[in-house]
Design a protein around this ligand. Structure first.
Ligand SMILES: [Zn+2]
Length: 691
């Protein structure tokens, strides 16, 4: 009861903070918590009791059902996800940057694996040097065993139908672990679905203690690996292919959310040395830099690659004729490809005997595409250029790409991102058939590869923010197009079908049919709205770049993002996060009435505004005067602090003949029918939203 009265932010902070207390710092944290709660309570704008939704039309399209506004679905407490916006502390500062005592763990990997294409089995060994930078002594660690999703009876196989995108399609696989050691001592792994607990023979000391974890493992490669890995005849796309350290952080301790299918990953940064042994005729593409080109490439291939590394034009490293010849050639034996990747949280790779391979470069970064032709579609002949263009765009707009290469591979996986390496589905002859996915997947190099958020908890922090970036790239690639209508339509579909959940919902708990809306397009659209109509591009762009810089190669939480944007833009945006991230409500502000007034010879117009949902918003309106001119006005969000009605009284230079809310039409007001009065002035023509 008390929780309800004190309001969601306070209550959730409390709920969260209690769970993450470490006994030895509990007293200190308590003090911080109380300060945070007090500050939180004072700064929060007054929030109105919810309006009766059933009485009004909030649908974008007439006739849409109102079921989505049922009380329970609107209530973030009713969902199973927890909301992590704790009070600031020494680890995460109140300004949304890492605090003076920020720490994160480190995991360095050496992996050697071999692929048997006859049995479709991968067998390998991994050695993980795990560094405990936390202030805590660890007596056990958790390791991710993602292949166990394909074990009969896994949680994910129960949750997602076998024939769905994340479903296992009847395949029976999973990890076999044959030898697990910590610091050379054999340990018994304890498996909990896709997570594995290893009890350490000796405690791992805080602030720099190291443990070496060595695991021998094997698994059968699923044909359909939840659209994140898999194989198609001779082509293998390999990811989640070695046991990976779970993240231990200051927010939740061990992050042990299982891999269910729809939720993605949360991993520690480190350096990787990995080698894969494949049939001798195979060509392997992977994260990182190839370490032994003289052992696996011909002299001519190495010469072409060296030339591409200095050239902005696309150079074939393996031509179509060479790929076609390789397809029918049988080569006995195996070859081992060695790669090294620094400062990444994962590595993935792909292999096939008949790849075409194109390469080009920009700014010292090698861009590569690998595809089986003609199966991939002619579009793939543009993939190296599309990769180069994408990496350059995001580098110039947001943050310089920090890695030496970027690779796109064509295959059965529709679209999936790994450090320096993305998988994109086959295309048609039209270059546009793959551009959106090439661009989107490489956008992930910034979120979550550079900015390492917890994807398994917050789709909006990687997919949503990435989709925000994609709007900039798409509008630049196709001038005159707007990202806005498509994003809005997708969100509106989820609203109309009643499948919405708050953006804070963990991805595995989002209705699969609404994943595109809730994970991707609504967050992208509300961030565009925040930038363009609340804080302004100049402030937002600066704050957003600061957020990337502050959290590059680190683990930000939602609260860190919110604080970072508020600090950088100088705005209290509690109302914005609350409305668009913690509820499923939509914006609907309308005009009830317009009246002329005069006082001491000055004419005024009184515009009676009505907020019909729980979502406040700064109001922009344009008035039309009898003399044919127009004038624009803006009101701050504070007008909604005292009620859901507000009379805006502004000086009018002539008789007002019409009024229009949102003269810029890219404000997602759900009900345009109440946005105008009289003979409204025209709105700005729809257009790009990333200028
Ligand atoms: Zn994505």
């Amino acid at each position: 009861m008390q929780v309800r009265r004190s309001g969601p932010y306070v209550a959730l902070s409390l709920k969260h903070s209690l769970r993450v207390f470490q006994p030895h710092r509990e007293l200190k944290s308590h003090a911080f918590l109380l300060i945070a709660l007090a500050a939180c309570a004072q700064q929060r704008p007054v929030v109105l009791p919810p309006v009766q939704m059933a009485a009004i039309d909030t649908s974008l399209n007439a006739g849409a059902p109102h079921a989505v506004f049922e009380t329970q679905r609107d209530d973030p407490f009713a969902t199973t996800n927890r909301i992590d916006w704790p009070g600031p502390n020494r680890y995460r500062s109140s300004a949304g940057v890492p605090g003076p005592d920020y720490w994160q763990q480190r995991a360095d990997y050496t992996i050697s694996a071999s692929l048997d294409t006859g049995t479709t089995e991968l067998a390998g060994s991994v050695q993980i040097t795990y560094t405990n930078n936390s202030p805590d002594t660890l007596r056990y660690v958790w390791v991710q065993a993602d292949q166990n999703l394909y074990r009969t009876g896994s949680k994910g196989s129960a949750l997602f139908p076998a024939d769905s995108r994340w479903g296992v399609r009847g395949f029976q696989g999973g990890y076999t672990f044959s030898d697990v050691r910590v610091n050379g001592t054999s340990v018994q792994p304890r498996i909990n679905d896709t997570m594995m607990r290893l009890d350490l023979p000796t405690p791992l000391l805080p602030r720099g203690g190291k443990a070496t974890i060595a695991i021998k493992y094997s698994f059968r490669v699923p044909e359909h690996g939840s659209d994140r890995m898999g194989r198609d005849s001779s082509l293998y796309e390999m990811a989640q292919w070695y046991p990976r350290m779970a993240v231990y952080d200051d927010v939740r301790g061990w992050n042990t959310d299982p891999y269910l299918g729809q939720g993605e990953f949360y991993l520690e940064y480190g350096d990787f040395d990995y080698s894969v042994t494949v049939p001798a005729g195979y060509v392997v593409a992977g994260s990182g830099v190839l370490q032994n080109p003289e052992e696996v490439l011909t002299a001519e291939q190495r010469r072409r690659l060296a030339s591409a590394a200095k050239n902005s034009a696309v150079i074939p490293v393996i031509t179509q004729a060479e790929a076609a010849a390789a397809k029918i050639q049988r080569v006995a034996g195996t070859k081992t490809w060695r790669f090294r990747a620094r400062n990444v949280h994962d590595v993935a790779w792909a292999g096939a005997p008949d790849f075409r391979w194109d390469a080009t470069s920009w700014n010292g970064i090698l861009m590569q595409s690998y595809y089986q032709f003609p199966k991939s579609g002619k579009a793939w002949e543009q993939a190296a250029e599309q990769t180069q263009w994408t990496i350059r765009q995001y580098s110039e707009l947001f943050f310089q790409y920090p890695y030496p290469q970027a690779t796109s591979v064509a295959g059965p996986v529709g679209g999936m991102e790994y450090p320096m390496f993305v998988m994109v589905g086959y295309g048609s002859d039209d270059p546009a058939s793959i551009f959106g996915t090439v661009n989107h997947e490489h956008g992930h190099e910034w979120f979550p590869m550079i900015v390492g958020s917890n994807e398994r908890r917050y789709a909006w922090m990687d997919e949503g923010i990435n989709t925000y970036l994609n709007a900039f790239a798409n509008e630049a690639r196709y001038p005159g197009q707007s990202a806005y209508p498509g994003y809005l339509r997708n969100w509106a579909t989820a609203v109309a079908s009643g499948t919405q959940s708050p953006l804070m919902t963990a991805p595995d708990d989002i209705d699969p049919s609404a994943l595109g809306a809730i994970g991707y397009r609504k967050p992208a659209l509300v961030l565009l709205t925040l930038r363009n109509h609340v804080v302004g591009a100049e402030f937002f762009d600066r704050a957003f770049r600061d957020y990337i810089r502050a959290w590059a190669f680190k683990h930000p939480t939602p609260g860190d993002f919110f604080r970072s944007i508020e600090n950088g833009t100088g705005e209290d945006l509690s109302w914005f996060w609350r409305s668009f991230f913690y509820t499923t409500d939509v914006l609907d502000i309308g005009i009830d009435n317009v009246a002329m007034q005069s006082s001491e010879g000055q004419n005024f117009v009184k515009i009676s505004l009505h907020r019909l949902t729980s979502v406040p918003f700064p109001v922009h309106f344009r008035v039309a005067y009898a003399d044919g001119t127009t004038e624009d006005f803006s009101l701050p969000v504070n007008i909604w602090a005292r009620g859901n009605r507000f009379d805006a009284v502004v000086a009018a230079r002539a008789k007002v003949t019409g009024v229009r809310l949102w003269p810029d039409p890219s404000v997602p007001d759900w009900n345009p029918a109440n946005d105008t009065w009289g003979n409204p002035p025209p709105a700005k023509a729809p257009g790009p939203v990333t200028r």
